[in-house]
Design a protein around this ligand. Structure first.
Ligand code: C5P
Length: 427
């Protein structure tokens, strides 16, 4: 595939060299189009050596080949990393005063922009309005990560790691392959901008002794997909993350926890000022009554070397139900619970879901069918979204990828926050 790697003038340009390497190693032809300012950070020889191609730097070189049109037209993917505030503004306005901006105007393939800048510049309404415009045109603007910026500053604005951008490139190339060339990119939504969303994800581990724990089979993939999709749709996301099989997404604030009690504390702290709580974590219902300070020996009973120890369990608090209780009559946060059900003699998956929604008192409940070979750790899922006070699900989704499910859950969240806003607005 032919990938155009645009590099704008920011310090994160050095990380684009690693992205270039990953793209090359996976067999893509890469044309690097640095801006004049980018070349002040990383010089032309670096791009030429790593890409194995001449570097296109301006519209006045090889004019007979019409590079300002040809490069964009022939691309299967254009990624700009880093994309500066200036580049975003130019792209949003449709300016074309150098080779990279010309390329963005002529490209008809998927376009990914990876902004990197100081927090103030990223959060400025002008930049946010430009992101909104670009997103509405179907361009994938990757939310910047939070962390160390140039100098001693930290905050949102850091370019995501090259390996994450590479994964996004691969996904977009796949999307480009399966979409008709003439079909315009679907508008991406920024409909959650302004919402502060707390997502919990992963499975808790309840310690038995320093080396053993009681755990569960949650991979955390669904909760992480929700956090990633919410950030992409403009929400400010805090992710309370128990044990997971996958890396958390960039563009979200992450608090790592292990046990149910830690998850409870971190979730309550994260909820300060939040509009929405999405409890996707698989929280253990029980924990050992006491945690041994040293490893429990195999022969722990001198009187009977073959005896197995008994572990007494106590109930963990129901975190979700507790937060619903404490919310009282307030309409925020909107609270979304999850229910993993297998269905049994006492009822179908949906019946058990309805009963759970009543018991927990949350606003929405996402019911999914689970079993040994269903849902846990897999990339496909089937869910029914129930709303408090209604018998029929408001959405039945799947079997579908966890990102499709994530967007369906967020659609329901968006509608529920709109309802809770109306309730708060005096007539
Ligand atoms: O009752 P059940 O465990 O099936 O409920 C699942 C929902 O409740 C999930 O949203 C889960 O995150 C939450 N939960 C909780 N505290 C517990 C157990 C589950 O908040 N102790």
């Amino acid at each position: 595939m032919h990938v155009v790697l645009g590099v704008a003038g920011g310090i994160a340009a050095y990380k684009a060299a690693l992205l270039l390497r990953l793209l090359k190693e996976s067999g893509h032809d890469v044309t690097v189009v640095p801006t004049a300012s980018a070349l002040r950070f990383v010089g032309e020889p670096t791009w030429a050596a790593l890409s194995g191609r001449p570097v296109a730097t301006d519209v006045w070189t090889d004019v007979h080949e019409v590079p300002h049109v040809r490069i964009g037209q022939s691309a299967d993917l254009v990624i700009v990393a880093p994309a500066t505030a200036d580049l975003l503004a130019k792209a949003a306005a449709g300016l074309a005063d150098d080779l990279l901006t010309n390329t963005l105007l002529t490209a008809r393939c998927p376009v990914v922009l990876a902004p990197a800048m100081h927090t103030e510049m990223w959060e400025h309404p002008a930049t946010q309005a430009n992101v909104e415009t670009l997103t509405s045109r179907g361009i994938h603007v990757v939310p910047p990560a939070s962390g160390r910026l140039t100098g001693v500053d930290t905050g949102p604005g850091r370019m995501p790691e090259p390996v994450d951008l590479f994964a996004i490139c691969q996904r977009e190339l796949e999307r480009g392959r399966t979409t008709e060339a003439a079909e315009p990119a679907p508008a991406r939504r920024r409909d959650l901008a302004g919402l502060r969303i707390v997502v919990t994800a992963g499975g808790t581990r309840e310690p038995i002794d320093p080396v053993r724990f009681l755990g569960n089979r949650s991979s955390g993939k669904q909760g992480i997909a929700i956090a990633a999709a919410a950030a992409e749709r403009g929400a400010q996301v805090r992710l309370v993350l128990a044990h997971v099989d996958v890396e958390p997404p960039h563009g979200v604030e992450v608090a790592r926890v292990s046990s149910a009690l830690e998850l409870q504390e971190a979730t309550r702290a994260a909820l300060e000022g939040a509009d929405v709580l999405i409890m996707a974590a698989a929280v253990a219902d029980f924990r050992p009554a006491s945690v041994a300070q040293s490893k429990i020996k195999k022969s722990h009973d001198p009187g009977d070397p073959d005896a197995a120890p008994s572990i007494e369990l106590v109930r963990n608090p129901d975190i979700l139900a507790g937060i619903v209780r404490d919310r009282g009559d307030e309409t925020r946060p909107v609270i979304v619970g999850f229910a993993a059900e297998t269905g049994d003699d006492s009822g179908s998956v949906l019946e058990l879901g309805r009963a759970k929604l009543l018991r927990k008192g949350c606003d929405l409940l996402v019911v999914n069918e689970v079993g040994v070979d269903k849902t846990f750790g897999l990339d496909e899922n089937t869910v029914h979204i129930l709303r408090r006070g209604e018998d029929d699900p408001i959405a039945d989704v799947g079997p579908a990828g966890k990102d499709v499910i994530a967007h369906a859950v967020l659609d329901a969240v968006r509608d529920a926050t709109a309802v809770s806003d109306t309730r708060r607005t005096p007539a």
